[in-house]
Each structure stands twice: as C-alpha cells, then as structure tokens.
Write a protein that binds this ligand. Structure first.
Ligand code: ADP
Ligand code: UDP
Length: 236
C-alpha cells in the first residue's frame, strides 16, 4: 500500500497527496459540490465514493481500448493511486446532444442531437472563469504543442465513441462531458482527472431523466439518488 505523504493540492472536489514515489500521487474524492465556478456550494452525500469508483472503472475499460490513462490502482472507496502528470490547462468538452452552455449559445433546445461530435476547449483558469479558446489560442499561448493537441483531440473522439456505446448498454445517453489530459514525466499524454456524474451529462435513455450534477446545478432535488442510480448501473 503506497503511503500518503503531504497534501499537494486541495481542489473543489478532490485532494491530491504526494507519495514516496515522485511519479505517483493519491487523489482523494470529497463530497463537496460546486457549480458556476464555485459560486454555488453544497454537499452531495456519497458523491466522492461514486465518482472515485465510477471513474476508475471507466479508466480501466478505456485502457483496455488502448487509451493511455493516469489510473494505477484503487486504494479505497474514496482514494486512488494515479500517475502524477502535469495537467494540460484545458478542459476538453465533448458533445453529442445540445445542452447547457452550448444550447444557450447557439439557441438550440436542450436535447437536440448534434449531427456530428462537437469538441470544445476551455482554458483551465478559475480567475478567468475557464474561457473558451480555439486551436489558434491554444498554440499561440503554448498551452500544449500542435502534436499534443492532435493527440488530445484524437483521444477525445475515441473515448467518446467507446463511452457512448458503453453507456447505451446501461440505458444511458451520454449527452456531453469534460476531459482533462496530462503529461507524464516521460512526456506521454494520458487521460487524467475523472469521468463521473460531476463531469458528464447522463440522461436515462427511456425517460430522459437527468442522472448527473445538473440536478444540483438546477436545484432539481434527487441529487444523491441520481448519483446512486448511476453507480448501480455502472457497477451493478
Ligand atoms: P479543481 O482544481 O477544478 O477544483 P479538483 O477538485 O477535481 O478540481 O482537483 C483535482 C486537481 O488535480 C485538478 O486541478 C486536476 O486537474 C488535477 N489532477 C487530476 N489528475 C491528476 C494527475 N494524475 N496528476 C496531477 N494532477 C491531477
Ligand atoms: N463540465 C465540467 N467542468 C466544468 C465545465 C463543464 O465537468 O468546469 C462538463 C459539464 O458537466 C458538462 C460538459 O462539461 O457535462 C459541458 O458543460 P457546459 O459547457 O454546458 O457548461 P455548464 O452548462 O456545465 O456550465
């Protein structure tokens, strides 16, 4: 069992700890929930457990599909050993169905299917409220190299193709989601952070009921039950 050393970082949803191995860190998932860049705060009881276990299971499945990830080993229901990466400061948003900010920006009804997969990038910067950027901004600002950006976009499309099919098999529509990528000490780009109801929009494929953090963002109630339902479908 790797030993947890000093806390390196506390974010809105997770803490990150050093280990005795400089290339490995432990992430610890909290029940704290925030929305609108921290303006709305709350607790979703049990969320940390759901997000940790779901994210790990999905990362395992993705690595079987040939996607390199930061995942190493689940240590407990809230803690996971991952490769330490330097995070590419981008939120990579993948969209299959219009919702949230895209629906608003383009004047689409939520639920309108996109005719092809849409990729968007936001610069990860809380002080600037994660502004949307395009490939020109990313390269001009040197958030990553052109080759790295190509790798990230190709991986995001592959991840989406796999996840859409996987979630369909548990009667869930994968509406949209956010990915983060990082660079390992040997320069490899890997999928990092998490894939969970905090970072994805999941709709029941039959009833279109929301099974994700939108229930918290929009004060819809039934937040814990939605997370539990996703956990049940994913982990059986
Ligand atoms: P935020 O920083 O947005 O509040 P979290 O509470 O989820 O988000 O904090 C986790 C932090 O750890 C994020 O900044 C995320 O980019 C970073 N992170 C995720 N995976 C890794 C990793 N493998 N190595 C280093 N940092 C990581
Ligand atoms: N998302 C995220 N973190 C963010 C912003 C977005 O995980 O900081 C996810 C969000 O859960 C949704 C997708 O990215 O699945 C697209 O979000 P959108 O741009 O519509 O923003 P929102 O409506 O969440 O503000």
């Amino acid at each position: 069992m790797p030993e947890k050393k000093e806390q390196l970082y506390e974010g809105k949803a997770k803490k990150v700890y050093a280990t005795e191995d400089p290339n490995l860190v432990i992430v610890s998932y909290k029940d704290d929930a925030t929305a609108f860049n921290g303006a709305k705060k709350g607790t979703i009881v049990g969320k940390g457990v759901v997000n940790n276990r779901m994210s790990n299971l999905l990362m395992e499945k993705l690595s079987e599909e040939g996607i390199p990830t930061h995942y190493v080993k689940e240590l407990s229901e809230r803690e996971t050993l991952v490769k330490k990466v330097s995070i590419v400061p981008l939120e990579v948003i993948v969209r299959n169905i219009a919702a949230g900010s895209l629906a608003k920006r383009l004047g689409l009804a939520e639920g309108t299917p996109m005719k092809r997969t849409v990729l968007e990038y936001c610069y990860k910067c809380d002080a600037l409220d994660d502004p949307m950027v395009n490939e020109y901004h990313i390269l001009a600002m040197e958030y990553c190299t052109e080759q790295e950006l190509k790798t990230i976009a190709d991986m995001a499309i592959k991840i989406n193709a796999f996840l859409v099919g996987y979630f369909a098999s548990i009667n869930v529509e994968l509406v949209d989601f956010k990915l983060e990528f990082g660079k390992t000490s040997d320069g490899q780009i890997v999928l990092a952070d998490e894939i969970s109801p905090d970072t994805c929009r999941f709709w029941d494929a039959t009833t279109h009921e929301k099974l994700d953090k939108d229930r918290f963002r929009r004060d819809m109630g039934g937040v814990e039950d939605a997370y539990k339902e996703m956990m049940k479908r994913v982990l059986g």
